[in-house]
Ligand binder design. Structure first.
Ligand SMILES: *Cc1c(COP(=O)(O)O)cnc(C)c1O
Length: 536
């Protein structure tokens, strides 16, 4: 059969495979040798069905090896600087998680200790975020901040509906709305769309630090506003939105109109940075208007992917209607999450961190992340090629060159996430108009780094940024390498004027800028006879 361009090669491979499968015994290799070793066995050369269940299974060792090998083509999570999600835990945490992989968090009666650990985590967070009473606070583990944000939004929506009904007013005409900056993470907009709440996005501006401007936000608020989502740590640039300023304006509004609009803080990242790095920064339940907070345990909570949290300042803010009383397997349980079943091991991993790191451990990690992010920011600015949009390396007052400036004191810097967003300077763009910033992403990827390039939120979508999230595994050794690679890539582009040229230069050899101590110089050896290059 001729290979027409309309035939999907996968389909052909699958036919060949199914034909062989029906004949071959699983222990035999494709060349009929009996071989139990994964690579000599039949799957070395016979493709597996990708889109249908194979009729016969494969032994576990070969299955492992096949999937393992294919997955090595994924990016390296440790070098994925695009992601806020944590990628490393001590091996003891891995062991604990492994021991508890099969436990379901919802089976409260069967796994009472797991349930206790869950409750302790909520209490730890309520205390960390200054809930007036950890006895009164209530919360739950979630899959991540996204689910936590849906729950926080639902509670605000339900409270608004109850209030309107009590006042004898309609809850449909006009319907509810929610206010947030246009820089909102997709999970926040998802809440509005999935749960039929009008999403009022407040435009962002350069002067407003690319995030929610509370004064502008007030123009979007009315008696049908169920709440304001304030983001502690914008995903675009790492800026903290001003929770206190928003709350003060809403206090004034209430004094004027009698309408009380609550705040839910999306602390996906900042919920685990601010309490440790800048404990004096006021953003949490210390502000009475903040009714609920979410955070991602799997971001700066330093656990692997799969855990988030939502906490309400007291039970009064979680309407009873959202709490399900389950009479299940002989006991009464309460549930107010979107999922029924949920793996318990991510919660156990979070608890491991709470005990293992303690407040001082979390602070040490947060300060290191921020210090490395400042180092990267300064190096990028000093190169002259880049302008940094994040502000965590800038002093709150005065200047770094001031001899009295205490650069070791974190409180002297603008608070924010250890995130570095940067773009080419206008001068660089004017000098090299043909160079596209997104090429930097492609060229860095060829060196193993994953650094995303994307547009800012609506209103500033013509501004392209590159962004690095400095997580704990991006230590100073890696920051040093990253700076060298970024500068190298930019200079390569400036010299060769195109990405193709820069890529071919790169293919000719990685030029390490390290010192050459103990290394041989070029030309130190004799000429080879070429045996390596020739087939022998
Ligand atoms: C990551 C993030 C989310 C979504 O959180 P997940 O844990 O990935 O579900 C929401 N908001 C902000 C600000 C985030 O950074």
């Amino acid at each position: 059969m001729a290979l027409s361009k309309h035939v999907n090669p996968d389909v052909l491979l699958q036919h060949a495979q199914d034909h062989k499968l029906s004949r071959a015994h699983s222990a035999h290799s494709s060349n009929n040798y009996n071989c139990a070793h994964p690579y000599g066995a039949r799957y070395g050369t016979i493709p597996l069905p990708k889109f249908r269940l194979p009729s016969k299974g494969i032994d576990a060792q070969s299955t492992y090896q096949i999937i393992h090998d294919e997955l090595t083509l994924d990016g390296n999570p440790g070098l994925n600087l695009a992601s806020f999600v944590h990628t490393w835990m001590p091996s003891e945490a891995d062991k604990l998680m492994h021991e508890n992989l099969s436990k379901n968090l919802i089976d409260q009666d069967e796994y009472p200790i797991t349930q206790d650990i869950h409750t302790r985590c909520i209490s730890v967070l309520a205390d960390l975020w200054h809930a007036p009473s950890t006895q009164q606070a209530i919360g739950t583990a979630t899959t991540g901040s996204s689910e936590a944000i849906q729950l926080g939004g639902l509670a605000m929506k339900r409270r608004w509906q109850e209030k309107r009904k009590a006042q004898g007013k309609s809850i449909h005409e006009p319907g509810p709305n929610i206010v947030m900056g246009a820089n909102a993470q997709v999970a926040l907009e998802k809440f509005a769309r999935y749960f039929d709440v009008e999403c009022r996005l407040v435009p962002i501006s350069v002067e407003g630090h690319y995030c929610l401007d509370p004064k502008k936000a007030m123009e979007y608020i009315d008696e049908n506003t169920i709440g304001v989502y304030v983001i502690l740590g914008s995903t675009y640039t790492g800026h903290y939105e001003p929770v206190k300023e928003m709350a003060d304006l809403l206090d004034e509004y209430e004094a004027r109109t009698g309408i009380s609009v609550p705040i839910h803080v999306d602390g996906a990242s900042g919920g685990f940075i601010a309490p440790f790095a800048t404990p004096k920064h006021v953003w949490d339940f210390k502000i009475p208007r903040v009714v609920s907070i979410n955070a991602s345990g799997h971001k700066f909570g330093l656990s692997y992917v799969g855990v988030g949290w939502v906490v309400w300042r007291s039970k009064d803010y979680l309407p009873k209607d959202l709490i399900f009383e389950l009479h299940y397997l002989g006991s009464v349980e309460y549930s107010f999450s979107l999922n029924f079943s949920r793996p318990a091991h991510p919660i156990i991993a979070q608890y491991f961190n709470f005990l293992h790191l303690g407040w001082e451990g979390y602070r040490a990690v947060a300060l290191d992340d921020l210090k490395n992010a400042r180092l990267l920011s300064r190096a990028l600015e000093q190169s002259g090629y880049f302008e940094v949009l994040s502000d965590i390396h800038r002093p709150v007052h005065g200047s770094i060159s001031d001899p009295n400036f205490d650069g070791e004191n974190i409180e002297n810097y603008v608070p924010g996430l250890p995130v570095v967003s940067f773009r080419f300077t206008d001068k660089f763009i004017a000098q090299h108009p043909h160079i596209e910033q997104k090429w930097v992403q492609t060229l860095l990827r060829a060196r193993g780094w994953i650094v995303p390039s994307y547009e800012l939120a609506p209103n500033l979508e013509n501004v392209q940024i590159l962004r690095v999230v400095v997580r704990e595994n991006i230590t100073v050794v890696l920051i040093d390498r990253l700076i060298v690679d970024i500068i190298d890539v930019v200079e390569g582009l400036a010299k060769s004027h195109s990405i193709t040229h820069a890529l071919s230069e790169f293919a000719q050899g990685y030029h390490s800028t390290e010192h050459t101590h103990g290394r041989l110089e070029k030309g130190s050896g004799s000429k080879s006879s070429g045996t390596y290059a020739k087939p022998c």
